[in-house]
Design a protein around this ligand. Structure first.
Ligand SMILES: [Zn+2]
Length: 122
């Protein structure tokens, strides 16, 4: 059995992949008891060619393109910055943001592996 926390992570990734990013952000914000970030397609000026960024002043996650809206790694990475900006001080490091996103994706991937083996036995 997967722990509740693992199931939550699997569900969040599933939502993002199913193009229900708003729902995923709502669930994440509820889970961490913080405000829901805004989500916008299109990057602020001078942001280079990054896939996404978080602007804490307006609590907004920007993604470079519509397809990035459904990219769990980008969404979760930027959500981490939102999570870490709650006290108005720390943005969190890129390394930690990547680790946060990777944790969710790993949970999703191991659940996929589990259900694959499960159905394969039938
Ligand atoms: Zn970042």
């Amino acid at each position: 059995m997967l722990a509740d926390e693992q199931l939550f992570k699997v569900r969040v990734v599933q939502w993002i992949l199913a193009k229900k990013t708003e729902e995923a952000l709502e669930a994440l914000s509820k889970y961490y008891r913080i405000d829901i970030p805004r989500l916008r397609v299109g990057m602020p000026k001078r942001s280079g060619d990054k896939a996404g960024c978080y602007v804490s002043a307006i609590k907004t996650i920007h993604v470079a393109s519509e397809e990035r809206l459904y990219d769990p790694f980008v969404i979760l990475h930027e959500f981490y910055h939102h999570l870490r900006t709650q006290d108005g001080k720390h943005r969190g490091t890129e390394k930690h943001a990547n680790k946060f996103a990777q944790d969710y994706i790993t949970a999703y991937q191991s659940a996929q592996g589990y259900s694959f083996r499960f159905s394969y036995e039938y």
